[in-house]
Design a protein around this ligand. Structure first.
Ligand code: ZN
Length: 380
């Protein structure tokens, strides 16, 4: 994620915060400073408790991350956003038990912290009673140990419970999907969880709108789009199944020699279906000239510039045995729409493009709806 500032590393996981983060602290200081005429004391309180809330959110995300690492799932990073945190996992395990444990680990951290505070509270002179908990509203903004202790306790309870709302892709929604997946297929379980998540997001949005709660409206938007995107991803993965590059890549691709001028690539683009070109030297792949790179080069360079000066190098080619779903993931991560296909023994074979992936997806879907893979396996 861009716009994020690196903070530190925990267990090999990069912890980042969104650049708007300092703004949230300033906002907290200002609003608590003005709340109940809190003045400087209120402002310090605001900055302090807001920092503590994000520390709690970080611990929650670390809960998910450590559970994921336990199952050998790589955690890319944790990003703290103004509306909460995100632990970005390399993949979400389709094993319901693993997903359940990873999803539940976050809220469990919060409940464990709340219980810990409940236990150490009396040692620090903090006794919890129903009246004590109710006094949070009156002690809000008061720069005292009791007030902050109470705030941290209730925040933990709130974050733990709130995340258990079954609005996929929130934790509760993931738990719901995992539970459904023990009885139904993974895709069916996902589509039900996505539907419930999107219905609940409308509820959040409406509630936020009626109460003027901006946070809920933004959250509703994130849940709605997040659920849709993840649902689509699961569906694509299911449809592409274990189709491989060799079943979908384009043969007979035109490659260009690295010493040819840009003009050659320009004409080749205009006169063919192809818009990205593998660049070769003596039949071996030397680089790629994607369409976007060609356009940029044409803006700045002369038509006689040799392609080797502008081509992209160091591209990891696709192997014929790689899964299409992995290639799709790589292309979207690397922001490219074509990858050269190279076989260890046969050398350069052709190219796999986002269009090839689209075709494979649509044909696979159309050939056999009940068993989408069977048809295409026979067709290629
Ligand atoms: Zn969580």
């Amino acid at each position: 994620m861009t716009n994020a500032i690196r903070l530190f590393k925990v267990r090999g996981i990069e912890i980042k915060m969104h650049f708007t983060f300092p703004l949230i602290l300033i906002w907290a200081g200002l609003s608590f400073g003005m709340f109940n005429n809190g003045g400087l004391e209120g402002a310090v309180y605001g900055v302090l408790v807001t920092s503590l809330v994000f520390l709690i959110v970080l611990l929650h995300e670390l809960g998910h991350s450590i559970a994921a690492q336990y199952y050998m799932v790589k955690v890319r990073q944790i990003v703290l956003l103004p509306i909460g945190g995100v632990a970005q996992l390399e993949e979400i395990p389709e094993d319901p038990k693993k997903e359940l444990v990873i999803a539940a680990a976050g809220p469990l951290v919060n409940f464990a912290l709340a219980i810990l505070l409940l236990l150490v509270g009396p040692l620090l002179g903090q006794v919890f009673s129903a009246r004590g908990l109710l006094s949070l509203a009156t002690s809000l903004g008061e720069l005292s140990f009791s007030s902050i202790f109470l705030y941290v306790f209730t925040t933990n309870l709130f974050i733990g419970l709130f995340n258990l709302i079954p609005a996929y892709p929130m934790d509760g929604g993931r738990i719901l999907r995992a539970l459904l997946a023990t009885k139904l297929t993974y895709t069916r379980a996902t589509s039900i969880a996505v539907m419930i998540g999107q219905i609940l997001s409308w509820g959040f949005g409406l509630w936020g709108f009626l109460n003027g709660n901006f946070f809920l409206i933004i959250l509703a938007f994130f849940i709605y789009t997040g659920a849709g995107q993840e649902g689509k991803m699961v569906q694509t993965k299911h449809i592409l199944g274990d189709l491989r590059v060799e079943q979908a890549y384009s043969r007979g691709v035109r490659s260009i020699n690295l010493n040819e001028p840009l003009e050659t690539a320009l004409h080749a683009t205009l006169n063919s279906f192809q818009s990205s070109f593998p660049i070769c030297e003596d039949g071996n792949l030397a680089g790629m000239l994607p369409y976007s790179t060609l356009v940029r080069a044409l803006e700045k360079k002369d038509l006689s510039t040799p392609i080797r000066d502008v081509m992209q190098t160091g591209i990891k080619p696709a192997s014929p045995r790689e899964k299409l779903i992995d290639i799709q993931k790589r292309m979207s991560e690397e922001g490219v729409d074509a990858l050269p296909v190279v076989d260890e023994s046969q050398g350069f074979l052709g190219m796999i493009t986002s269009q090839d992936l689209n075709e494979a997806y649509r044909l696979s879907l159309a050939l056999d709806r009940a068993e989408p893979l069977k048809g295409i396996r026979q067709a290629v």
